[in-house]
Design a protein around this ligand. Structure first.
Ligand code: FMN
Length: 221
């Protein structure tokens, strides 16, 4: 597979098959993704792979928390408190498109909440990566995390796997950091659910668009 094919094929998948992924493959993808570029070769990420019994335990913990309505203080603002109209519109549009495929209308808040909670079962993925970072790192190093994660997701595509990056986990940092035994010096960025796509599930029919290049691209003369 060519890089351009993997880039075009990668998308966020939100229902996975009940089919395990070889732990050796999970590890291999994580290691190879570390070829991503980082400022000063600082490599600011730490990756925990959860699968098998571990992911089952975490899913059970989260199901209990959600059933009891327990919340935590988020580790960071997932979206900026103030956003430009164009950014807000894009986020709104992808949400509506996803719920459209699921047949969940805007006013059905319980159904939307229930769907959102599926994040915390990793959309039934058999494995996930958690990405944590030293709290002293700043925006440049957080950008490096993005390079790592995109590389990881492209390698997953090449291996016939699907992924969903998940920053929703930042809403439950204590639970995740306790579960992973993350040292206090590090904080959670996000998870990436990984597995084999359930191609028959309606949510996986979602194809996101991109803003017209005229909105964000300038050829400087
Ligand atoms: C850092 C990051 C965090 C994300 N967090 C979530 C999440 O918590 N739940 C979710 O369903 N999708 C999440 N997404 C997926 C985005 O919604 C998705 O990438 C975007 O809508 C574009 O769609 P595509 O990935 O299919 O191209 C996240 C994506 C990124 C890059």
């Amino acid at each position: 597979m060519q890089v351009s094919q993997a880039v075009a094929a990668r998308r966020s998948v939100r229902q996975f098959l009940d089919r395990p992924v070889d732990p050796a493959l999970l590890r291999d993808l994580a290691v190879r993704a570390a070829r991503a570029a980082t400022g000063g070769n600082i490599q600011p990420w730490h990756i925990d792979i959860v699968q098998g019994d571990a992911i089952a335990r975490l899913k059970a913990i989260m199901a209990g928390k959600i059933a009891r309505g327990e919340t935590e203080t988020p580790g960071y603002d997932i979206y900026p408190r103030e956003m430009g109209d164009e950014h807000r519109a894009r986020t709104f549009a992808v949400g509506e498109a996803m719920y459209g495929h699921l047949g969940i209308p805007r006013d059905d808040k319980p159904a939307r909440r229930a769907w959102f909670a599926r994040n915390f079962a990793f959309f039934d993925a058999p494995a996930a990566y958690f990405c944590t970072v030293d709290r002293r790192m700043g925006p440049p190093q957080w950008a490096d995390l993005g390079m790592y994660l995109q590389t990881l997701m492209l390698l997953a595509v090449e291996a016939g796997l699907a992924t969903c990056p998940q920053e929703c986990w930042a809403v439950y940092p204590e639970t995740v950091e306790t579960f992973l035994a993350t040292p206090a010096q590090r904080m959670l960025f996000c998870a990436v659910a990984i597995g084999y796509e359930d191609i028959d599930h309606p949510v996986n029919r979602l194809r996101t668009d991109r803003a017209a290049e005229g909105e964000w691209l300038t050829m400087v003369k």
